[in-house]
Design a protein around this ligand. Sequence first.
Ligand code: ADP
Length: 603
Amino acid sequence: MDKFEVLNRYFGYGMFRQGQEELIDAILEGRDVMGIMPTGAGKSVCFQVPALMLEGITLVISPLISLMKDQVNALTQLGIKSAYINASLSEKQQNTVYAGARAGQYKIIYVAPERLLTPAFTDFCSKVKISMLCIDEAHCVSHWGHDFRTAYLDISTFISSLDERPVVTAFTATATQRVRDDIEALIGLENPLRVVTGFDRENLYFEVVQPKIKLVALRRYLDLYSGRSGIVYCSSRKTVDELYETLRKEKYSVTRYHAGLTKQERRINQDLFIGDEKEIIIATNAFGMGIDKSNVSFVIHYNMPGDIESYYQEAGRAGRDGADADCVLLYGAGDIRMQKYFIDNPEENPSLSDEEIETLRQLRLQKLEKMIYYSTKASCLRNYILNYFGERTKGKCNSCSGCNGNEMSIDVTVPAQKIFSCIKRVRESENKRVILDILKGNETEYILSKKYNLLKTFGTMSDSAESEIEKHIDHFIRYAYISEKRTGSLYLEEKCSDILWKGKRVRKFAEKSEKTAAGTSQDVDIRLLLKLKTLRKLLANKSGVPDYSVLTDYALVKIAAEKPKNMEQLRKIEGISEHKLNKFGAVFLKEINRHCGENIEKN
Ligand code: ADP
């Protein structure tokens, strides 16, 4: 199989993204590489594709034990044989993995850097062929990076302990020159091909707001994003706990994550979020590294981080599936005090001299200044980030609050109240067309026959264009305020009563109201999308995996827009691999065909 076949068959993608092909070619020729790409750009494919093509095993060094499981699960879903060896496995289980690996069962094995020099592991490595050593999150090697880990310094010793030097590959999203130089030197990359791709993530919208009361602003955002998956980052464990308690009591679908929780709690909470059981995770920066949850559609920073690298890495966890996603920073002056405190009270690092500690402190202060500038003065947020990473930019991006003003979200409480009460007044027994006619005040034969012209809500939105009202209704369907019965009648979900009776407000993004992951809303059959989501949940529950690992939101929206009729057409949808096609294709096609059949009958 060549690299294109591997990409298509295992990952379901038709094309390589920027930088991927170059890196893969070099690896296949046996050359070391360093890939510097922003979070979400697709670094994994760069080492997973060649890993499948090279003989022997690829070792992936990954910083967090708890996350290896997710990556191995994701690979298993794609039909790729992989495993991890870490302390969560008993000795017996570890031996089973070693035996399986020796028998050629796995192409990719994940390990933490701490394991590399242990006797059992070096013994194992002397008995198998390691074709590639891949260092993921390679900035952890450097003191100057934001996630330094001592054990990463053992990597070069490990490489020299191997009988045959494998091709060594390193990947990171951190682009500063100092960190890059450190990675090359400390790992001992030999004449590596360096690929630095563009850092722009076009599907992300950046926004900075300086709210009077952060909690009030946060609630508004969470209401707006209701039904979607998102991360709220805080600078301290205490803030995470406080926010979590407050929002949990208010019945938001939240969980939390920070290093002060027990290992088990962290695992459980992370699984709740990844499995879509909880919509929102409130977390410190301990959460997220290595997580590939593709359907995160917003990342809100409740506190300003200490530097642009951390911010962009954390914010970049949104929109990995290519769907539009939002990155919001809630800035307050108190954030500066907090970051300065962190800088003046750093974690002990015995490998640094006093002089180096002071240099590091100064460096952090400079980085903080840049972060403060981003939060308070940058005229185009995207350009500011890209320039920070050394990229030139032309003109405004028109996709950030710097370019558009801070008016991205609008209050839609009044139209929501009108629409919801109209649906209530017809006892949830009418379809969208009839609801539109009532709100617009159209005196059609049907409306008159049912005496709907006498309802209080008749004509309450007569000032708005019909298309405008329809957009509102579609928006509320998409955000699960309104649902449709099989007959097409609209009915209200429970959370509408808060807006109707309890004075709760609801907002939506002005510019983005028509957009969905794959295009405009008129392309997407919302009812089909909802059916596909239900089916996906069923299939996911059956296999005990998160919904998005059956098919991503992006793929579902594409299907709901394109309505493929057969396996050939379904195969063309981006993100549907051969493995997934074989596993789920037929069931999804059946649902699509049933839906299309129903619609034809109705028309
Ligand atoms: P990173 O490690 O750079 O943060 P990932 O490797 O997790 O990013 O990839 C981000 C997302 O992009 C994943 O959902 C991945 O499947 C997808 N992806 C990777 N390569 C491609 C490609 N060539 N075409 C389409 N999607 C891709």
